[in-house]
Design a protein. Structure first.
Length: 256
C-alpha cells in the first residue's frame, strides 16, 4: 500500500526554564535559568512521523515546504509562552506516483495546500479516499473528499451562531458532501455523515494529559491507517480516538 501525505511543515521547539530569583532590573518579574531544549517535527511532518510510528509497513510519500518555520515554546514555572515564525509557505514540485491507496492533507493554512492543488488531486486520483485536517477558511476546497477532521473550536469558528456541535457537524457534512469527524479533546470525538443520517459519538479515553500538541496529527494518521486496514470508518475512528489519547501522555509533539 502507498499513501501520499501533503501539507505545511514546522519545527516545534521546546525550551525549559526554572525560576531562580526576582528580577532586580524590573520588580514583579523574575530571572529564569535554562534547563533543556528539544526539537520535534511539527505539522504535516508530525502526521508522517505518527504514521510511521503506528504502521511502518505502509509506504508513504511526504510532500511539504523545504524551509520549515519554527514554533518556539518557552516553558517556565509560571506557564508557557509560544512564538511562531509566521510566513507563507510553498510546495516544491510534486512528482506523483501512478496510484495511491489514500491521500492525507494536513492543511495549516500556511500556503502549501491550495485550491488548485486540491482540484488536481481530486481529478487525478478520483476514487482515492482523501483524509483532511484543515482550517475553517479552506473548507470550500474540500467538497467530496472522503473525510474531514475539524476540532470543536474550528467548528465553532465555522458556524459561530450554532451552539449544537451535532447540528454544526451535520451542516458541514451536507455542505461539502463528506464524512465529518469532530475531535472533542478529552471528551472523545463525533462521527457524522449527513447524507447517511449517521451520528456516532465516541467517549473520551482516560489519559494522563501532559501535552496536547500534535494530537490532531496523530488522530489523522491513525484514522487513515486503520481505514486502509479495515475499510470501516467507524472502527478506524474508534482506534484514532484511542491513539490520540495515548499521544497526549507524551512530553513532546505527538509520539516523538
Amino acid at each position: 500500500m502507498r499513501v501520499l501525505i501533503i501539507g505545511d511543515a514546522f519545527i516545534d521547539v521546546w525550551r525549559y526554564y526554572r525560576k531562580v530569583k526576582e528580577n532586580p532590573e524590573q520588580p514583579g518579574t523574575f530571572v529564569y535559568k535554562f534547563i533543556d531544549e528539544r526539537e520535534c517535527v511539527g505539522g504535516v511532518s508530525n502526521t508522517a512521523h505518527a504514521f510511521r510510528y503506528i504502521e511502518p509497513e505502509i509506504e508513504i510519500q511526504l510532500e511539504h515546504n523545504e524551509m520549515r518555520p519554527r514554533k518556539v515554546r518557552f516553558e517556565t514555572d509560571d506557564g508557557m509562552l509560544r512564538i511562531d515564525d509566521e510566513e507563507n509557505l510553498r510546495l516544491p514540485q510534486i512528482y506523483f506516483k501512478d496510484s495511491y491507496d489514500a491521500i492525507i492533507i494536513s492543511d495549516y493554512n500556511k500556503g502549501c495546500v491550495t485550491e488548485k492543488l486540491m482540484k488536481k488531486l481530486k481529478n487525478k486520483f478520483s476514487g482515492v479516499p482523501i483524509f483532511v485536517d484543515t482550517k475553517p477558511e479552506n473548507y470550500g476546497w474540500y467538497k467530496d473528499v472522503f473525510c474531514v477532521t475539524p476540532n470543536y473550536k474550528e467548528l465553532e469558528q465555522l458556524y459561530p451562531k450554532e451552539t449544537d456541535i451535532v447540528k454544526s457537524a451535520k451542516r458541514l457534512s451536507k455542505e461539502i458532501n463528506s464524512n465529518v469527524i469532530v475531535t472533542l479533546g478529552e471528551n472523545g470525538c463525533l462521527l457524522v455523515n449527513d447524507s447517511k443520517d449517521m451520528t456516532i459519538p465516541y467517549e473520551g479515553i482516560f489519559a494522563n494529559k501532559v501535552n496536547v500538541s500534535g494530537a490532531g496529527d496523530v488522530f489523522l494518521a491513525s484514522l487513515c491507517i486503520n481505514f486502509l486496514k479495515t475499510k470501516n470508518l467507524k472502527t478506524a475512528t474508534d482506534q484514532a480516538n484511542k491513539n490520540a489519547a495515548l499521544s497526549v501522555e507524551n512530553q513532546y509533539t505527538g509520539f516523538q
